[in-house]
Design a protein around this ligand. Structure first.
Ligand code: MN
Length: 157
């Protein structure tokens, strides 16, 4: 304890003797994206492996996403809670991502409309257009890659 006090005192004296020394107290640790850009996120994905992967990538950015297993669950969840962003799988049982998006676009008032990013395994030409036509805002291909999803989330307004 005494040694610690003396060390602190020494430091104070040193700083007084060297007033030109500027302490750089700027925080250089990178901020989590979720702090700079907070979003309520819902992941809609029927495949458990893909759901876990998407969750992990979002958690890396500091987000805590909710999860739904199909379009029907997603539509239901959106009726109960406001989400800013939906990561929407396209092919799902019960209700696919395209139909869920159409229902969300039709059924929710403007101020509660989420940004919707499609996740699809199909690299087919025209796939993007189909998603956008259903009312989605953006598109990432599966398996989703960290950089790609991060860049896509950056574009969310
Ligand atoms: Mn699927």
């Amino acid at each position: 304890k005494y040694g610690q006090l003396m060390a602190q005192l020494g430091e104070m004296v040193f700083q007084e003797q060297h007033p030109q020394v500027q302490v750089n107290d700027q925080d250089t640790t990178p901020k989590l994206m979720a702090e700079a850009h907070p979003l309520r996120i819902l992941i809609v994905e029927d495949n458990i492996v893909n759901q876990v992967l998407a969750t992990k990538l979002l958690e890396k950015l500091g987000y805590k996403p909710d999860k739904a297993a199909n379009g029907l669950e997603a539509v239901h969840a959106l009726g109960l809670k406001h989400y800013d962003l939906i990561l929407m799988d396209v092919q799902m049982p019960e209700m696919d991502g395209l139909e869920a998006t159409r229902q969300i676009r039709k059924g929710l008032p403007k101020e509660r409309q989420p940004y919707i990013i499609a996740m699809t395994a199909n690299a087919l030409k025209g796939d993007r257009e189909v998603c956008l036509k259903a009312g989605m805002n953006d598109y990432v291909s599966k398996p989703i890659v960290f950089e790609e999803i991060r860049n896509s989330i950056k574009r969310v307004k």
